[in-house]
Ligand binder design. Structure first.
Ligand code: SF4
Length: 507
C-alpha cells in the first residue's frame, strides 16, 4: 500500500481516488472506509502517504476545507485550511451544491499535491472520462465561452490549451446535443471478431476461427435481440437517429455473414430513414470491393478504416498483420465505391514511436484526405497483451506522447478540421486525451451522442452496453450485455427480456 486516502465526510471517494493517483504514478492508492476509518492495520502502517481531506460548514454559505498530507514523519508534509463561499443560487439546488463542493475539494487536493510532487496535470481536476459534460453543464447554466474558459482554468486547474480544446469541441457539437428529444435514439451493434488480436487491445473481441460456427450462432442471437427490441421501439413511435456497427471488426465476417447482418438491420428499419449509418471496417485487410459494395448497397454512409500508424515496423510490432499499402488501397476502394465520409483512427504513443513517426503517419493521412480523423492516446489496459509485456515494449514517455499530439494538431489545422468529440480513458500514456476531428458538416452524430450521454443508445451483442437516458432526471441507466460470446449466446432470452421490460416501463 503506498497512498491511503481518508475522507471523513464520506463523499466523492472515487473521484478523489482518481485524482490522487495521477500525482503518485506507479503507486497504489486506496480509500479508507469513510465512517469507521477501517482498513487493515498493516495497510495503514505500510502506507507511504496519508491524504486526509474534509470540509465543514462554518455558516450557511461558507465551507472550510482541510487538506492534510502526511508521511511517516511527525509533522505533516502539507496542511492547508481554506474557506470558500457557496453562492446563494447554487445553495438552493442540492445537485449543484454537491458539484460545487466536489470542484472545491478537487482544487484543494490538486494544489496541495501539485506543490508537493511538482506534477501539474494538464487536465487539472477533471479526471473523469467525459470532461465535455462539465462544459455543457456550464453552458446550460448560461456561462459564455470566456467565462467557461475561466472556470476551467481557475476552478478546475485545466491548462489553457486543454481548456480551449474543450470549449471549442463543446461549441462544435452542441447543435447536435440540443436537438435531442425523448423519441429519438441511436443503436450500437457489436461484432466481436477480428482477424488477429492487437497488442494493446482490451475490447471484448476474439480472433475469428473460420472453421467454427460461432459467428453464425452469434449472428442468430444478435439478429433476434435486434429484431425484438427495435420492433418494440418503432411500435411506440421511437425514431432511430444513427446506427453504429462496431467491434471488433465487422468486416471480418464472411460475405454471406455480412450480408445477413446488413439485411437484418435493413429489415428491422423497414425503409425508415436513418441520418447516419456507420460501419467500422477497422482492419484494411478485412476489406475488398465486394464487402464495401455490400455496405453501400444497404445504405451505410460512414465507414472507418483504421491504420493506427502508417509505419510498417510498428504495425508488425503491434500485431495488426496488415500493410500500410492495404490502408491506402482500402481508402481508394472506398472512394471508388462512393463513400464520402471516411474516418481514420491513429494512436499516439505506440511502442517504439515518437514525433517523427507521427509526422509520417499524419502526412500520409493528409494525402488520403479522410473526412474524420480520430486521434487516440495509447491506453494500457489490464486486459491487453501489452500490459503483460511492458518490458518487451517500452512505452513513449509523457513528453514524447504530448509532442506526438502536437504534431497531430498541426496537421489537423492544416487540413482545416475541427474537434467535435473528446473523451479520456484510464491508464492513458501521459494522462492525455482522445479527440475526434472532422471536416465541417461531417461530424459523427453517434460519437457525439455516445459520449454526450443525453440520448438513449441501445446496445446489441456481446459486451454492448445500452445507456438509457432519462431526460427529466438527466440520468443514465446502464444495461450491459454479457461480455463473453458464449455467455451472450446462452443468455440471449434473458437479455431480450430485460430490454423489453425496460422499454415497457419507459414508454
Ligand atoms: S482491431 Fe480493434 S477490436 Fe480488433 S483486436 Fe485490434 S484493437 Fe482489438
Amino acid at each position: 500500500m503506498n497512498v491511503v486516502i481518508h475522507l471523513p465526510n464520506g463523499e466523492f471517494g472515487h473521484e478523489i481516488w482518481e485524482l490522487t493517483r495521477i500525482f503518485f504514478p506507479g503507486r497504489e492508492a486506496k480509500v479508507l472506509h469513510p465512517i469507521t476509518g477501517d482498513m487493515a492495520a498493516q495497510d495503514c502502517l505500510a502506507a507511504d502517504f496519508l491524504l486526509t481531506v474534509w470540509y465543514s460548514y462554518v455558516n450557511d454559505y461558507e465551507i472550510e476545507v482541510h487538506t492534510k498530507l502526511e508521511n511517516k514523519t511527525d509533522k505533516p508534509l502539507k496542511y492547508n485550511i481554506h474557506r470558500f463561499s457557496i453562492n446563494e443560487h447554487i445553495k438552493k439546488q442540492p445537485i449543484k451544491e454537491k458539484r460545487e463542493i466536489k470542484k472545491i475539494l478537487g482544487r484543494c487536493i490538486y494544489d496541495a499535491l501539485a506543490e508537493h510532487t511538482g506534477i501539474y496535470p494538464s487536465w487539472g481536476t477533471l479526471t473523469g472520462v467525459r470532461p465535455l459534460k462539465v462544459v455543457h453543464n456550464l453552458m446550460d447554466d448560461g456561462f459564455d465561452d470566456m467565462e467557461v474558459l475561466d472556470i476551467l482554468t481557475s476552478g478546475y486547474r485545466v491548462k489553457r490549451d486543454k481548456a480551449e480544446l474543450l470549449t471549442g469541441t463543446a461549441g462544435n457539437q452542441r447543435h447536435i446535443l440540443v436537438e435531442n428529444s425523448d423519441d429519438m435514439v441511436s443503436l450500437y451493434i457489436h461484432i466481436p471478431f477480428c482477424p488477429t488480436r492487437c497488442l494493446y487491445c482490451s475490447f471484448p473481441s476474439v480472433v475469428l476461427d473460420r472453421k467454427s460456427d460461432i459467428a453464425d450462432k452469434y449472428l442468430d442471437c444478435l439478429i433476434m435481440e435486434l429484431d425484438q427490441a427495435v420492433n418494440e421501439l418503432v411500435q411506440r413511435g421511437i425514431m432511430i437517429q444513427s446506427i453504429y456497427i462496431g467491434g471488433g471488426t465487422p468486416t471480418a465476417l464472411t460475405y454471406s455473414q455480412l450480408e445477413r447482418l446488413m439485411g437484418a438491420v435493413d429489415l428491422v428499419m423497414d425503409g425508415r430513414k436513418i441520418k447516419e449509418y456507420t460501419v467500422e471496417c477497422g482492419r484494411p485487410d478485412s476489406l475488398d470491393l465486394d464487402k464495401l459494395s455490400i455496405l453501400k448497397a444497404f445504405g451505410v454512409n460512414r465507414i472507418s478504416i483504421n491504420p493506427q500508424t502508417m509505419n510498417q515496423e510498428t504495425l508488425d510490432k503491434i500485431g495488426r498483420k496488415h500493410t500500410v499499402q492495404q490502408v491506402i488501397s482500402g481508402i481508394n476502394m472506398a472512394r471508388y465505391i462512393g463513400f464520402d465520409c471516411i474516418n481514420m483512427d491513429v494512436i499516439a504513443g505506440l511502442p517504439g514511436e515518437n514525433a517523427e513517426h507521427m509526422e509520417k503517419t499524419m502526412a500520409s493521412l493528409a494525402s488520403l484526405n479522410p473526412e474524420n480523423i480520430t486521434v487516440h492516446t495509447l491506453a494500457v489496459k489490464r486486459a491487453s497483451r501489452l500490459k503483460k509485456s511492458l518490458e518487451e515494449y517500452p512505452l513513449a514517455g509523457d513528453d514524447t506522447a504530448e509532442e506526438m499530439l502536437r504534431v497531430c494538431h498541426r496537421w489537423i489545422k492544416e487540413m482545416d478540421m475541427i474537434p467535435y468529440y473528446l473523451y479520456r480513458q484510464k491508464y492513458m500514456v501521459g494522462n492525455l486525451e482522445n479527440v475526434g476531428y472532422s471536416r465541417r458538416g461531417k461530424e459523427c452524430i453517434y460519437n457525439i451522442q455516445m459520449m454526450g450521454e443525453k440520448q438513449t443508445i441501445w446496445g446489441f451483442g456481446a459486451g454492448a452496453v445500452s445507456k438509457i437516458y432519462y431526460s427529466s432526471e438527466d440520468r443514465i441507466q446502464r444495461l450491459p450485455n454479457a461480455k463473453d460470446i458464449n455467455e451472450y449466446i446462452n443468455r440471449i432470452q434473458g437479455t431480450i427480456h430485460r430490454k423489453k421490460a425496460i422499454i415497457d416501463s419507459m414508454l
